[in-house]
Design a protein around this ligand. Sequence first.
Ligand code: LP5
Ligand code: MN
Length: 241
Amino acid sequence: MSPSLFISDLHLHQTRSETSAAFFHFLSNDAAQAGALYILGDLFEYWVGDDQLDHDRFSRKVCDAIRILSDRGVNVFFMHGNRDFLIGDRFATEANLTILTDPAQIRQGDRSFLLLHGDTLCTDDRAYQQFRRQTRAPAWQAGILAKPYDERVALAASIRERSDTEKATKAADIMDVSPATVEAVFRQYGYVDMIHGHTHRPATHVHMVDGHPCTRQVLADWHKQAEFIRIDELGQRKAST
Ligand code: LP5
Ligand code: MN
């Protein structure tokens, strides 16, 4: 079984140069030796449509770097996050990656895992869930994508600002997963272990659900170094490089 690596919440942007450097280094080192790379959302700080590839040289560079990895034979998978849910088929084709639905169940050797970005588990954050429903609606997205690129970038910046203002007044536990929702998801998917990001609270939790011990691994967000979970025949471990 070749190793699989799991990452999320890089929030790549040209102004986050240390994180970008860590990502490019990661792609040509740890990731290049893996069989598969799973990017579980929020690869980018924001994504306003696949024409971002034409307007933003940094985004183009990230796409091309992923393609170099996938062309070397590493299977790259991407799941949308709450920052980059507008990544579409063009990006997938040009980066040579596969977009996964959220959640997605995968097998690694003799084990199964349920992969999620993690935002769907934060059901106590009603304002966010309302925002999510609105922005995931195909009609809303079609209307947004019809707007000029610069207008979309300005809109993304204003949503980011409003999000930061609202987060400052939200209780911390509202922005974490809802324990009841986590239990319900474990139950729905047959008590399969979970891997997700989004909350920026890296940890390994074991939930007892209906007598089943269910593991929930939370990925770390990136700053100066690569943060990933690696699963291979020896088991799994968290790593920072
Ligand atoms: O991202 P993070 O971790 O800081 O906070 C999230 C939730 N916030 C968001 C918003 C994103 O940060 C911004 C996404 C911008 C990129 C999208 C671009 C494409 C669309 C538009 C441009 C073309 O996801 C935050 C959670 C937090 O995680 C923890 O889980 O609390 O949720 C919020 O803050 C949501 C607010 O409570 C409500 C948002 C109000 C914005 C309303 C604007 C409506 C715009 C409609 C435009 C037509
Ligand atoms: Mn997120």
